[in-house]
Design a protein around this ligand. Structure first.
Ligand SMILES: [Zn+2]
Length: 148
């Protein structure tokens, strides 16, 4: 029950972030708060702080770099933005990584069952419990009672 819930939640997260990533690829949406910026830029979630400007408010544009030098980031990173001050830092998380990580477990869970059944059928084992049915002619698994 809990396992099913986790799989459903992870699947929704994976599909949701994947869609958001695809939709957000050509866009930049930033909330700027006096040098602390949070937003999404070409599918990358980011937050950076300590910028030397005092702008406050939303910034939205199409295919703009919005002052970000990291145009394409392929893995999550923590960075010093540099150029302004040595203390500047930022966190960048590409959304497709979130989709990938949250999608791994549901994918494995979905293919594990059929894969196990395929392997058992190939080896002549009971599909239900894996008992070796070599030479069995009763039509019923002696271990678990499953019809074969
Ligand atoms: Zn069996």
């Amino acid at each position: 029950m809990i396992r099913k819930t986790i799989i459903v939640v992870l699947t929704v997260l994976a599909v949701g972030t994947l869609l958001l990533w695809a939709v957000a690829l050509p866009w930049t949406l930033v909330y700027q708060n006096q040098g602390n910026d949070t937003g999404i830029h070409r599918g990358v979630l980011f937050a950076y702080w300590g910028m030397p400007w005092t702008v406050k408010g939303w910034y939205f544009s199409r295919a703009s770099t919005a002052g970000l030098t990291h145009v394409s980031i392929w893995w999550p990173m923590i960075t010093q933005t540099g150029g302004f001050s040595s203390r500047l830092s930022g966190v960048f998380v590409p959304l497709f990584w979130v989709a990938l990580l949250t999608g791994i477990y549901p994918t494995i869970a979905c293919i594990r069952g059929p894969l196990r059944r395929w392997r058992r059928r190939r080896k002549g084992l009971c599909l239900n419990c894996g008992y070796d049915l070599t030479g069995n002619e009763s039509g019923v698994c002696p271990e678990c009672g499953e019809a074969v």
